[in-house]
Design a protein around this ligand. Sequence first.
Ligand code: TXA
Ligand code: MG
Length: 339
Amino acid sequence: MSSILEADEEGVKLAASEIKAGRLVAFPTETVYGLGANGLNGEAVLNIFKVKGRPSDNPLILHIANKNDVKLLASDIPEYVYELIDKFWPGPLTVVLKAKDIIPKEVRAGLDTVGIRFPVNKIARDIIKSSGVPIAAPSANISGRPSPTNFEDCYNDLKDKDISVVRGGSTDIGIESTVLLCTDYPPRILRPGKVTAEDIAKLIGACDDFMESEAVEEAPRSPGQKYGHYMAKKKTILLDMLPGLADEVLYKINPNATFILSRDNRFEDENKIVLAKYDDPLEASKRYFHALRKADNMPGELIVVQAYSKEGIGKALFNRMIKSASGNVMEDVDEDWIW
Ligand code: TXA
Ligand code: MG
């Protein structure tokens, strides 16, 4: 059985000593819970892949708690990266840079680059500081499942794994950090998140945005893009259409489905999970992954997700929605809709 650590001074100390000893600790960040190990210990990192069932060619992010540590881990850092981290760190931005030799190949999954992030969550920062090493941490879900955004979802995935899980409450943002490839100028978004291409371009002049259509071809650059992700256990489809139309067709698809709505509609229904009352992608993002897990425990065999605004963090939320529907996206009314 996994053990539970409280998010107090003693819990943080225990978590840090587990990390130092080469064992795994799941802990909250402001985005999602992470499954951490000493990022300088290849064997400990290997265990993350085993516990998650993660493909070995998908690299991990190193978490630090001091901006200057980026220089210890990466080389050839472009000047603009310092501007980015001055503004967005601590926070939900991961920069991918040329890796220094001290970083084990297990973290990089064989690439010559490494992703680095300084989380803002205080529990995460305290654990990193107290362990004295960069912490390698993917999202703390079993591979393919939605990332955990609260302690219960995290513990449920990992309770049989003989690790430690920190009871840290719900995460603020609810979807993972923006992953930004910074080996050239302009940088390029490999995974969209709360920090957007516009935010970055405003600061440093330019930024290549994430293109959903190119993501599959980009697989070698961002290995995580090619695997099944964020999936509920039930079949899931995504409605990407104007809200009025979506409201109309929603219940024609399959009245027994569970509906996950980005924005509430006018129907009373026990089978609906509402992510936000109005158009509020920040609020919807916070709730989406947990909604998928909840929908698995509701009646019916199908989950229908209704997308809405793709502005700001909405673009990242839409990316997670497409993936959780395994590409089953309906953009128009289709007479053959029978599931
Ligand atoms: O918010 C987050 O980023 C969370 C929390 C725990 O920090 N972590 C997270 O890690 O989402 P993970 O492993 O679930 O996703 C990391 C993503 C993957 O898509 C991976 O392929 C990509 O970042 N990535 C990591 N290192 C990379 C590198 N060197 N080059 C390209 N992509 C990289
Ligand atoms: Mg993940």
